[in-house]
Design a protein around this ligand. Structure first.
Ligand code: TQI
Ligand code: ZN
Ligand code: ZN
Length: 172
């Protein structure tokens, strides 16, 4: 079963067009066009299940959601911890901050299950999970769902389960 954040924060019901900006990528060596494609696919999975639309914008000032990669402490009191452990975090609506640990062996292109690193983490899988948080979902008890609170390395899990769809459709 899905859950929400305490108090059930959501984006306002009249605001179905949300924007996002990929603002800080200097800490990772992933090609920016590959990053853009991954995040567009991840947002698309949630927009397909709701009335929400997501558009990438260039400027953080114009964005509801900001996405960046950081190492260690990065100014929000929730420092990243190096390889594995915390991979990423996202804040509840309507904060919009989505941060990823630059220290991870992110896989943005190709088949993560074939990755040479045994700590390889699929970027789209983590993005789909964190976008669920950005939209107001907490964790679920349903192991097949995107919002289940564990993911294995070298694993791709990007398809919303019925539990994720029911959760997001109860909010939007
Ligand atoms: N990051 C945690 C997570 O996103 C951070 C976190 C814990 C959190 N509790 C939260 C964020 C409540 C928002 C609300 O769950 S993580 C997974 C998963 C992480 C974990 O790095 O541990 C994924 C990031 F669920 F698979 F384990 C992405 Cl997919
Ligand atoms: Zn952060
Ligand atoms: Zn989570």
């Amino acid at each position: 079963l899905f859950s929400y954040f305490p108090g059930t924060p959501t984006w306002p019901g009249d605001k179905t067009d949300l924007t996002y900006a990929i603002t800080d990528t200097s800490a990772v060596s992933i090609d920016v066009s590959a990053l853009k494609a991954v995040f567009a696919r991840a947002f698309g999975r949630w927009s397909a299940a709701t009335t929400l639309n997501f558009t990438e914008v260039e400027s953080a000032a114009d964005a509801d959601i900001t996405i960046g990669f950081y190492s260690g402490a990065h100014g929000d009191g929730e420092p990243f911890d190096g390889v594995l452990g915390t991979l990423a975090h996202a804040f509840s609506p309507t904060d919009g901050r989505f941060h990823l640990d630059a220290a991870e062996a992110w896989v943005a292109e190709g088949d993560v299950t074939e990755a040479s690193s045994d700590v390889a983490v699929d970027l789209e899988s983590v993005a789909v999970h964190e976008i669920g948080h950005l939209l107001g979902l907490g964790h679920t008890s349903e192991a097949d769902a995107i919002m289940y609170p564990t993911i294995k390395t070298r694993t791709k899990k990007v398809e919303l389960a019925s539990d994720d769809v029911e959760g997001i459709q109860s909010l939007y």
